[in-house]
Design a protein around this ligand. Structure first.
Ligand SMILES: Nc1ncnc2c1ncn2[C@@H]1O[C@H](COP(=O)(O)OP(=O)(O)O)[C@@H](O)[C@H]1O
Ligand SMILES: [Mg+2]
Length: 507
């Protein structure tokens, strides 16, 4: 039998393989759709340095003949807005986006929100509605569908609205088949953890039953916005080099290196070119393919490049992390630690860890682990995540901590490129450098928790001791009164008060 070969487009590919983007089942689809839209809203607020205000609604619109529910999902934000000419492609084209830069962002592939729209379209055949404004006198409303085979937007209608109030933001409305009841625990957990790791955001959610969930901000401080950065020589490959060479205006290698690479100045560039045996005045466009391959290898093995600078990143910071945890979990004790910036394969990253005890933290079989990357919570595939492995590798008895205590561990990694293992962005690969930072961070907070626990234990012992005193001292006083044949027993209260004071000082 003759084989037939054919090619499929990218939207078609994701249509056929929606599992890899997290749209596996009706319940997972609800979760992923909300997650992707909320992420986009947070990114968009960050772009303009605003305190995010994200409102999510879900309405039940009916049921399919096979009993699956159909919902309308609406997400409104106060972010940057999308320029009207880009609205069709941003929402009606897979792998189209504004985040393909070297910058810390939640979205990475130009896929998430669009995938939710695509999923909604293939399950309900309804268009997506987008209303957006950058805050000017006009807002723009579109009804779109995706031409799956050709990966192109189909604009069904376009309206220009008056925006007298100067509203800025984006509203997305889509329909999808889903199972909210099953998705509910994950959706609520996602929103709670998102609020925890974005303590400057207001998030509200109205579920299909009309229940309102409010996550209010705990701070007015907007975290330092992430900045775009250039590629570091250690992270460069042949493809990237060739693209840079094609695009550059530089006419010699010295300028080329200085202009396009992170932390490469004149001295460093000269030193590198000398060691690689390349003429500083050579036109980069004259390099042959073999020379480009050679250049990328030399870059990776040159030992003197400065490590990537993490000032382009936007970690949460110890104070905000603490505020977020306090707000959502109200624990008795919180330890936080921000590690120094580090890098893997030329990508800068910062790890932040925290450990909290008591309050609303449940007793779990093996701690409760909260994982975050670029300020988004990761809720699935925990056992495959690097943090999970690190936690399991620690000998907790050394810290006098047992895994069934009401303890939560938090790991946040932010990077211009988070080493996710899947497109669904659910878990982080165990890169050696990342693993090391997580381990050191957790050790640091574990020591603080150990100190807290031992203090608490001591206080507990003292309290018991005082209770015993309080119980028996009055009796002893009574006996001694009788023995000494006195009128009144000695004043025990004063003695007890003194003992308490001594205890307080000892702590
Ligand atoms: N709420 C929003 N506000 C502003 N821009 C948005 C919003 N949602 C999506 N966009 C734009 O649409 C693009 C595509 O979104 P998406 O498919 O989720 O991919 P990604 O977030 O990975 O880039 C984004 O890169 C962004 O430019
Ligand atoms: Mg996105």
């Amino acid at each position: 039998m003759a084989q037939t070969f054919e090619e499929i487009g990218v939207a078609d590919f994701f249509y056929r393989n929606r599992d890899i983007a997290g749209f596996t089942s009706p319940s997972r689809a609800v979760f992923s759709a909300i997650r992707e839209l909320v992420e986009n809203s947070l990114d968009a607020a960050e772009d303009v340095g605003a305190l995010p205000d994200v409102r999510v609604w879900m309405f039940k619109k009916g049921e399919t003949t096979s009993g699956v529910s159909i919902y309308k999902v609406r997400v409104e934000d106060n972010g940057s807005g999308v320029p009207p000419q880009s609205i069709p492609s941003a929402f009606g084209k897979v792998l189209f986006g504004s985040k393909f830069k070297l910058r810390q962002a939640r979205g990475t592939f130009g896929l998430g929100g669009t995938m939710a729209i695509l999923y909604g379209q293939i399950t309900t055949n309804k268009p997506v509605k987008v209303i957006s404004s950058a805050g000017g006198p006009k807002a723009f409303a579109y009804k779109l569908m995706i031409d799956v085979e050709r990966n192109r937007p189909i604009v069904l209608s376009r309206k220009v609205l008056n925006n007298g109030s100067g509203w800025r933001g984006t509203i997305i409305e889509l329909h999808l088949e889903g199972d909210y009841l099953r998705a509910m625990p994950k959706v609520l957990e996602y929103l709670k953890q998102t609020a925890l790791v974005n303590p400057h955001a207001n998030i509200t959610f109205v579920d299909p039953k009309g229940r309102l969930y409010v996550f209010s901000k705990a701070t007015e401080d907007v975290p330092r916005p992430p900045k775009e950065t250039k590629p570091h020589p250690y992270g460069v490959d042949v493809e990237l080099l060739q693209r840079l060479i094609r695009a550059t205006n530089c006419r010699n290698m010295l300028d080329f290196l200085r202009a396009h690479f992170h932390r490469v100045g004149e001295v460093m560039a000269k030193r590198f070119l000398e060691s690689a045996g390349l003429d500083a005045l050579r036109d980069p466009r004259s390099l042959t393919h073999d020379e480009v391959v050679q250049l990328s290898q030399e870059m990776k093995s040159f030992k003197w490049f400065l490590p990537p600078d993490a000032s382009c990143l936007s970690p949460l910071g110890e104070e905000l992390l603490r505020a977020g945890i306090a707000k959502e979990l109200r624990p008795e004790f919180i330890a936080v630690c921000q590690r120094k910036p580090s890098a893997y394969s030329g990508h800068p990253f910062i790890v932040e860890c925290a450990m909290a005890y008591g309050g609303d933290i449940p007793k779990a079989e093996y701690f409760t682990l909260y994982r975050f990357a670029n300020r988004i919570p990761l809720l699935y595939d925990e056992a495959s995540d690097v943090s999970f492995k690190v936690i399991r590798s620690i000998n907790w008895s050394r810290y006098k901590i047992s895994s069934d205590m009401p303890i939560a561990i938090f790991v946040h990694i932010c990077s211009t490129k988070v080493p996710y293992k899947t497109i669904g962005k659910e878990f982080i690969a165990d890169r050696q450098e990342v693993k090391r930072e997580i381990l050191f961070g957790i050790r640091e907070v574990a020591r603080q928790v150990q100190r807290f626990l031992s203090k608490r234990e001591k206080a507990e012992r003292q309290r018991k001791r005082l209770n015993v005193f309080a119980k028996y001292l009055t009796k002893i006083a009574q006996f001694s009164k009788e023995l000494a044949k006195k009128e009144k027993p000695p004043n025990v209260e004063r003695l007890l008060k003194k003992l308490k004071e001594i205890d307080l000082e000892a702590n």
